[in-house]
Design a binder for this molecule. Structure first.
Ligand code: 13P
Length: 252
């Protein structure tokens, strides 16, 4: 059974209480209805991780991840959080390379490669985010950009590391938070390309790496996206903030 991962990236939204309420509502809206092949990934801000983990309790089909971490065990890194601290809180995975980290916080290819290998080494699952800007797409640089982002970020890891611990998220930058969802043809082409690049990078296991789509996913377009080849779930920003809407995406 191939799994579909339905991920909610809450970015810098929600107090602890709001995160708890949204989680509780989501659990109740999906109770008994969550198909066995769907897994819900909640990605709250650091300050709400413990509350969300506690609210989920022993409910199956839900897991909690972090939006970011720093690739060191511990040390004088004011303001940063280590993979060990996240695991200790109950996180099982973390995002790396989200376009907001790349563009607003200037995280470059080499740094992202360090994060991917360090996070995996310390026991986190990693969702590596990649995607082109509008200019790169207009200039015909879609494949070059995705290929560079993949090859560099995955340069430090082996077949052994990826076994069920690496996922990809294709998020075209121009579709994030803009309301402009990529067309199904664009999504299909990009995901097929990502799959073929993964096969070039890894000698085995590439077929099993989930590839999520992100960028203006809503209850109204989920049914067109999920059936596409090489789409193994979605990474949702704005439309994941309300439990009712996100539950329709999760069950859609
Ligand atoms: P939106 O769903 O708000 O476009 O955000 C997508 C995203 O960045 C998820 O990581």
């Amino acid at each position: 059974m191939t799994k579909q991962f339905m991920a909610a990236n809450w970015k810098m939204f929600k107090t602890r209480q709001e995160a708890e309420e949204t989680t509780r509502e989501l659990l109740s809206l999906t109770a008994t209805k969550l198909p066995g092949d769907r897994e819900v990934l909640l990605i709250p801000p650091f300050t709400s991780i413990a509350a969300v983990v506690e609210t989920i309790g022993s409910r199956t089909g839900f897991s909690v991840g972090a939006q970011n971490f720093y690739p060191a065990e511990s040390g004088a890194y004011t303001g940063e959080i280590s993979p060990g601290m996240l695991l200790d809180l109950g996180c099982s995975f973390a995002l790396v390379g989200h376009s907001e980290r790349r563009h607003l916080f200037h995280e470059g290819d080499d740094f992202l490669a360090r994060k991917v290998s360090f996070g995996l080494e310390k026991g986190l699952k990693i969702i590596l985010c990649i995607g082109e800007t509008l200019n790169q797409r207009k200039e015909g640089l879609l494949e070059t950009t995705l290929s560079r982002q993949l090859t560099s970020a995955l340069s430090g890891i082996s077949n052994l590391d990826i076994a069920s611990r690496l996922s990809l998220a294709y998020e075209p930058v121009w579709a994030i938070g803009t309301g402009e969802v990529a067309g199904t043809e664009d999504i299909g082409e990009a995901h097929n390309f990502v799959r073929s690049e993964l096969k070039n990078i890894f000698s085995r296991g590439a077929e099993e790496i989930p590839i999520l789509y992100g960028g203006s996913v809503k209850p109204g377009n989920i049914s067109e996206i999920i059936p596409l080849d090489n789409v193994d779930g979605v990474l949702v920003g704005g439309a994941s903030l309300q439990a009712e809407g996100f539950s329709r995406i999760v069950l859609g």
